[in-house]
Design a protein around this ligand. Structure first.
Ligand SMILES: Cc1cc2nc3c(=O)[nH]c(=O)nc-3n(C[C@H](O)[C@H](O)[C@H](O)COP(=O)(O)OP(=O)(O)OC[C@H]3O[C@@H](n4cnc5c(N)ncnc54)[C@H](O)[C@@H]3O)c2cc1C
Length: 512
């Protein structure tokens, strides 16, 4: 019997959609090209003892009654899949020459801390933080599925929020005339978007910033457990997750998608798969190219015309006989910049491939939970993240592999120089393992075009009214991924759950 839902890709939104459908009695089959499920959320093991999650560092909306919790409850997983909260008194530690700010959950405390650093600007700071709060509340009313009554009941919030539809974070910093250093401290989590303030949608920044303010979390049993739990729901309800199956063609009868052709990457054999409805978790632009762009409606073609988000550099490191807590690390991330202006820092790294004064994030997964599944007892995992240019790395790798490896090493070295100078002297002496990932690594393992990290670029244009959603304009075919919803752990859980809600009529996301 063919499945009710044939799902291409096993990223988070696909797994959530598949698990919810399987749990409701539908037959579900997923095809995933990689040997691990989870897309960017997959975990890999190296040297037979170190485990790294590909890209998930910290997540939001996991508290009681929030999106992730609602979905887990529906799946009967809320007791099994739990989360540890980052320090609410400072979930992100922002560091730049001359300034330190530990980002608190409480907006009033944020105003107090920033006002202590910039006493002449306390009024502007208060007004900016209030605008962020109001915009965040308004965005909840405006997020799909929109309830028209909600708009009528809250006109001030809605109109106040709508005024920022086309604004970048920089536009809003300028409007409130925040001092440069305050702007930089507030926006230092830029690796979470891989965009600087002068390009980043204010909406995107507000959603993530407020999300983490209301609770930044790490999975108690690491993120591998979250992915495995979702796969287990699918399989225990008779569904299938077929790994190492790369979809090479979508099959259509006129404008109805009926199935796909996939290559088993282990046997190199080609197989045909059919489904009543086909769900597309792979990049929508890529899928449209495979299907033929002219098959899609004009409106969808316009929405598919998005620019990809930037790609990134990652270093997965293991240190031995070094407790990062002795050097000020703990249940928080550290974000560093040497530049006063993040717009300049970004441009130097992304456009000029110059990492001599890098801005980057440091995360320490081992310190975020007591479940020690990522490395031996005497070790800790430390991950480093910054932006990297796909075109540059792709060309370098094709032209000169040695130069490609040297560039990765150069980026790592300049980050390690900063770490040793400012945060952990002798870090290198304790580093017993490391592996680095570039934009081409993302492309190779997650099959994301141009190594894009967050789907479509998080600019005002892509975050506005013309944003793609689940509707693909073909029969029996829906998009379900970061670019047709929103990127991030909680947003992709929401994307999968919203599609489930729309197709099944079973309301689980609840009131806003
Ligand atoms: C550097 C980085 C850091 C991040 N950090 C965080 C973080 O700290 N917190 C957070 O909340 N989010 C973070 N994210 C974002 C988050 O990981 C993603 O938004 C989310 O996991 C994307 O899920 P998705 O459903 O869109 O699918 P994806 O993860 O994009 O998965 C798509 C899947 O489809 C498969 N596929 C593609 N083509 C084919 C094909 N032809 N046949 C079969 N399978 C195919 C791929 O192999 C992949 O498994 C980060 C992302 C990056 C890159």
């Amino acid at each position: 019997m063919q499945p009710n839902y044939l799902i291409v890709g096993s990223g988070l939104s696909a797994l959530v959609f598949g698990a919810l459908m399987a749990n409701s009695g539908k037959k579900v089959q997923l095809l995933e090209a990689h040997e691990h499920p989870g897309g960017f959320g997959h975990t890999f093991e190296l040297a037979k003892k170190y485990r790294f999650n590909a890209q998930l560092h910290y997540v939001w909306d996991c508290g009681e009654g929030q999106t992730v919790n609602r979905v887990l409850k529906k799946l009967g997983l809320d007791q099994e899949v739990t989360f540890e909260r980052y320090d609410p008194d400072g979930f992100d530690h922002m560091r730049m020459p001359g300034y330190k700010l530990n980002m608190p959950s409480d907006p009033d405390e944020l105003v107090r801390r920033l006002s202590a650093l910039f006493p002449d600007n306390s009024k502007q700071i208060r007004r900016f933080v209030d605008a962020v709060e109001r915009t965040g509340a308004g965005m909840k009313k405006l997020s799909p599925p929109i309830d028209p009554m909600m708009l009528v009941k809250h006109p001030v919030e809605v109109i106040g929020t709508a005024q920022y539809l086309n604004s970048t974070l920089q536009d809003v910093f300028d409007k409130f005339q925040l001092p440069q250093a305050a702007q930089t401290l507030l926006a230092l989590q830029w690796p979470d978007f891989l965009l600087p303030p002068n390009q980043l949608s204010f909406y995107a920044w507000v959603a993530l910033f407020r999300g983490y303010q209301s609770g930044a979390f790490y999975a108690t049993q690491h993120f591998e457990h979250v992915i495995n739990a979702l796969v287990n729901v699918i399989e225990s309800h008779g569904g299938q997750v077929l790994l190492s199956h790369k979809v090479t063609r979508f099959k259509l009868t006129e404008r109805t998608v009926t199935g796909v052709e996939a290559t088993d990457l282990v046997t190199q054999k080609t197989h045909q798969f059919t489904g009543d409805i086909v769900i597309c978790n792979i990049d929508p632009q890529q899928a449209a190219k495979m299907i033929g762009e002219n098959m899609f409606s004009k409106t969808v073609r316009r929405k598919l015309d998005y620019e990809y988000s930037a790609s990134n550099f990652m270093a997965y490191c293991v240190v031995k006989d070094l407790d990062m807590r002795d050097y000020g690390f703990g249940k928080w991330n550290l974000f560093h910049t040497g530049h006063q202006s993040l717009n300049e820092a970004f441009s130097q790294m992304y456009e000029h491939n110059d990492f001599s004064n890098p801005s980057f994030a440091i995360t320490t997964p081992t310190l975020l939970t007591d479940a020690n599944r990522d490395c031996p007892e005497d070790c800790q995992v430390v991950e480093l993240l910054t932006v990297a240019n796909y075109g540059y790395f792709k060309a370098l790798k094709a032209r000169d592999r040695k130069a490609y490896y040297q560039k990765k090493q150069e980026i790592l070295d300049s980050i390690l120089d900063v770490i040793e100078e400012r945060y952990v002297p002798n870090f290198r002496e304790h580093m017993v393992f490391h592996v680095t990932g570039s934009p081409t690594t993302n492309e190779r393992y997650c099959l994301c075009p141009q190594g894009n990290s967050y789907g479509s670029k998080l600019t005002p244009k892509n975050m506005g009214l013309g944003r793609l959603n689940h509707q693909a304009s073909l029969n029996h075919f829906y998009f379900c991924n970061a670019s047709s919803g929103y990127p991030g752990f909680a947003p992709t859980v929401w994307t999968g759950a919203l599609l489930y809600q729309r197709l099944s009529g079973d309301v689980i996301l609840g009131d806003r």
